[in-house]
Design a protein around this ligand. Structure first.
Ligand code: SIN
Length: 493
């Protein structure tokens, strides 16, 4: 049946135990099908089963979403910070109230264990609470011109309609981090979620609508033709900003396209996170941090520790304790109780992991735990621990994006820092030391550092990278400013 011929109520599907997940496009405040009547399938990575057929937006649908965002922009920009704050706060409450529903859809389409999905719902909702607090506190400035005679006044204004391109690994939180900031600033948005995991985001759009976001301010286009759609939107001068989370390769293409219309761009791109364990580290704390930094989200995170760089004096103790913890991880469908690691997002990803691990073994690496893709239903890869791999190997250069921990041995803390910085990426680093941690953190060429802890993600922290890992910051007090432009007025007195 063609999506466009369905009623709004029938544009919903049943996923897992949840009913009524929207599967259409949302523009100008209503759900509708694709103009080509086409759909694409969303799969459960644990079973390979089709969860839903979702509207497949065409370029024309993308432009219609931009029409809708443009029409809503000035009225939304004219609302007060307090009004926007109230809507965002209501959204936060509504997401929390629907934690179980959202978490079960999130697990169904992305695969992470239910417990982690609940954690992502809390994390994702928090961006709305955080930006509700920011919305009412955007300040300008007033002062005399240095030469006298007039006044220098500045005010912050919304940048305009934004395209928000979100990834599959945190289907909720990577969206809310952008949407919360953009709405707080007074921008209308077009959300383009990852084709692998669009359902969590369509649920969120429903919640935003119910929480009072006016028609046209939030629009969503689900599509299997991502690059065509984003290219068309970015070549339209009415779009004023693009914010993207994903690979450095795609981010670079988007930046080239953004240059044509001099679009403001925020890019949260790939990483190659070093995790430095110094000779004086508390090894139990380092192992606990390593488990979070590597195995949160099954390792499918830009902020996952990619390289454990460990001082030779503590290497064997660290490896022995890490091996115990990795061996105890339970792999299975995210819906099963007690599971720590769900499937990776696709078969393609499982095959890439196998190539990386096999390559590392060929280069002298020793497998202490796991190392294989699981044959059969779903795309599972064993939690894996590798040691004795040379720092020059492919696995040390590429973002692993899976439950594979690789430990490298170095002779000194200085060697560890040099190895940590020997990459084009600079998203996050971790350092464990009882006496030098802050000094070493300052020397890591990354936008964020976990200092004696394995988790940096926090809506109140400025999230973002240096070098090839991106431009701009999300969350924290700077996040809202990615969606604001300063206007300066020279005022004669
Ligand atoms: C990411 O993987 O892109 C970031 C996840 C996070 O916010 O922790």
């Amino acid at each position: 049946m063609a999506l466009s011929s369905l009623t709004e109520d029938s544009l919903r599907t049943t996923v897992a135990s949840v009913s009524a997940v929207p599967v259409g496009l949302f523009t100008a405040g209503r759900w509708h099908g694709s103009s080509s009547d086409s759909t694409f399938a969303v799969h459960d990575p644990a079973t390979g089963e089709v969860l839903a057929d979702v509207a497949d937006a065409t370029v024309n649908d993308g432009i219609a979403a931009l029409d809708s965002a443009v029409a809503a922009q000035s009225e939304w920009a004219a609302t007060t910070g307090r009004e926007r704050a109230e809507i965002l706060r209501k959204t936060f409450d509504a997401i929390i109230a629907r934690t179980e529903d959202i978490a079960s859809v999130l697990t169904a389409e992305m695969g992470k264990p239910l417990q982690e999905s609940r954690g992502e719902v809390a994390y994702g909702a928090e961006f709305f609470r955080w930006f509700s607090e920011q919305a009412a506190h955007v300040a300008g400035s007033y002062g005399p011109a240095p030469t006298g005679g007039y006044r220098i006044v500045t005010t912050e204004q919304p940048v305009g309609p934004c395209l928000l391109i979100t990834p599959w690994n945190f289907p909720l939180a990577m969206g809310t981090r952008k949407i919360g900031a953009a709405l707080a600033a007074g921008c209308s948005v077009i959300i383009k979620p990852a084709a692998l995991t669009p359902l969590t985001m369509t649920m969120l759009v429903d919640i935003l609508h119910e929480s009072g976001v006016p028609p046209g301010v939030v629009n969503i286009v689900t599509t299997s033709r991502s690059s065509d759609l984003s290219a068309a939107l970015m070549s339209d001068p009415r779009l004023r900003k693009v914010s993207f989370t994903g690979s450095t390769a795609v981010g670079t293409t988007l930046l080239r396209q953004a240059a044509e219309n001099v679009l403001t761009a925020s890019m949260e791109l790939g990483g190659n996170g070093p995790f430095v364990v110094c000779s004086d580290a508390d090894i139990d704390a380092a192992v606990a941090g390593a488990m979070v930094a590597k195995f949160r989200n099954g390792g499918q995170s830009c902020v996952a520790a990619n390289r454990f760089i460990v001082h030779t004096d503590v290497h064997d103790e660290f490896v022995m304790k890490l091996q115990q913890r990795v061996s105890a991880l339970v792999l299975g469908p995210g819906t099963e109780p007690g599971v720590d690691i769900g499937p990776v997002v696709s078969d393609k990803q499982a095959r890439t992991l196998q190539e990386l691990v096999d390559g590392a073994v060929d280069e002298g690496g020793r497998l202490l735990v796991g190392g294989s893709r699981v044959e059969g239903t779903g795309s599972f890869f064993e939690p894996t621990l590798l040691i004795d791999v040379p720092l020059s190997s492919r696995i040390a250069r590429e973002e692993i994006f899976g439950p594979v921990a690789v430990v490298y041995r170095v002779d000194s803390d200085e060697d560890a820092l040099n190895a940590a910085n020997d990459t084009n990426f600079g998203l996050v680093g971790y350092v464990f030391s009882k006496t030098q941690a802050l000094a070493y953190a300052e020397r890591l060429e990354t936008g964020m550092v976990g200092v004696n802890r394995g988790l940096v993600s926090d809506p109140a922290g400025a999230f973002g990278g240096t070098k090839a890992s991106g431009l701009g910051r999300e969350g924290g007090t700077s996040g809202i400013h990615e969606y604001l432009e300063t206007k300066y007025m020279a005022v004669e007195v």
